[in-house]
Design a protein around this ligand. Structure first.
Ligand code: KG4
Ligand code: ZN
Length: 348
């Protein structure tokens, strides 16, 4: 079973060819970050136009890299939400056309469910149905949530952010520090030279959740607006002279520690009654987060499955992989669906 996966939910134009659920024959990711950098964030119109121009070439490359022709594709999988409407539209329209032209089934995949599946794509990871109920942490630029999975395909939202996503906290913090976009990788690198205990930034507790997050336990929800404001006030009181300022690494390491500690705290609470934690999304590339999750897993005695770096940030391999495992919407429902920009993690 060979799946062609397509992903255009944000600012990566991606296509992949995957055999079965995890044998990745090719994974092509064309980042648009240079185009969005001058604006300090993703501009939807630019993302959409760039997807339209680049997707055909990216799909061609994925087939060439995999060494397979069109005749070997058994089905076409594509992200239909959540994400930027105009960006999602490009991938979904292309996938619908391709599936129709090839006479192969279309699978419309939930991007968040694909991030949840991504840790299972390592060759040494167990099969999803061999781990029993598990907790999934998705930490990205657009989402931060904890999802309990009875099995792959049965999702229950346990906690989510009530304001910014963890990746936004990194990106907005880097913006305040004048370190450019995207902030995560830069802060990760600078923090290695700093003392995470130098400055005590707030750990963003959530006291109550509004109706939109109804039913969720506030103790396993996330909030990052406070830490960002605390950084702003800190910089007003202690202005830095620029990227070369000797105090920068301590500020960055302390700021990163506050974000990471919040995630560790929520995972500690959420791991009640499950024995495996799966972690994916762009922020799961963060070296401090990976270290502290490993430390927590060892201390608390649960199994930690971290996505391989190649599958942490947005990619099409995880879309194809999940479709091959039976995930996503199929048949006429897939062919007739529109994009769903605010798709909930629990909806297939
Ligand atoms: O999963 P992703 O590629 O896109 C979304 O679905 O949002 O995640 C992008 C986010 C950005 O906010 C970026 O700053 C963050 O992941 N990121 C990191 C690191 N690498 C990427 N955050 C912290 N540390 C990193 N090393
Ligand atoms: Zn993502």
């Amino acid at each position: 079973m060979i799946t062609l996966g397509i992903e255009t939910s944000c600012d990566e134009t991606a296509a992949a060819v995957v055999q079965g659920g995890r044998d990745v024959l090719s994974s092509v990711i064309l980042s648009q970050v240079e185009l969005h950098r001058p604006y300090g964030g993703v501009v939807p119109e630019i993302a959409s136009r760039q997807h339209s121009e680049m997707l055909p070439g990216v799909i061609d490359r994925a087939l060439t890299d995999a060494g397979v022709g069109w005749d070997r594709i058994d089905h076409v999988a594509v992200t239909y939400g959540p994400g930027l409407a105009s960006a999602l539209l490009v991938g979904l329209a292309a996938a619908k056309g391709l599936a129709f032209r090839l006479g192969k089934p279309l699978v419309a995949v939930n991007h968040l469910q694909a991030h949840i599946y991504s840790p299972f794509m390592s060759p040494d990871a167990p099969e999803p149905d061999a781990v029993g109920p598990f907790m999934a942490l998705v930490v990205s630029g657009g989402h931060t949530c904890l999802v309990r999975c009875e099995t792959l395909g049965a999702y229950e939202l346990v906690g989510e952010t009530i304001d910014d996503a963890a990746g936004e906290a990194f990106d907005k913090g880097a913006n305040l520090l004048g370190l450019g976009y995207p902030g995560g990788p830069v802060l990760d690198r600078i923090a290695k030279r700093g003392d995470p205990k130098a400055i005590e930034f707030p750990r963003g507790r959530v006291k109550s959740v509004r109706a939109v997050h109804g039913g969720l336990n506030p103790e396993v929800c996330f909030s990052y607006s406070g830490v960002k404001t605390a950084l702003l006030y800190h910089l007003r009181e202690h202005p830095l002279s620029g990227a070369e300022d000797a105090r920068l690494p301590d500020v960055v390491a302390s700021y990163q520690e506050a974000i990471v500690d919040t995630i560790i705290d929520r995972c500690t609470l959420a791991m009640d009654g499950v024995e495996t934690l799966c972690v994916g999304g762009g922020v799961s590339l963060n070296s401090r987060l990976r270290f502290k999750l490993q430390e927590l897993a060892t201390a608390a005695g649960f199994r930690l499955l971290l996505a391989k770096p190649a599958y942490c940030a947005d990619n099409a391999a995880m879309i194809a992989g999940l479709a091959a495992m039976g995930g996503g919407m199929r048949g006429s429902a897939a062919q007739s669906t529109d994009v769903v920009p605010a798709l909930s993690v629990c909806v297939n």
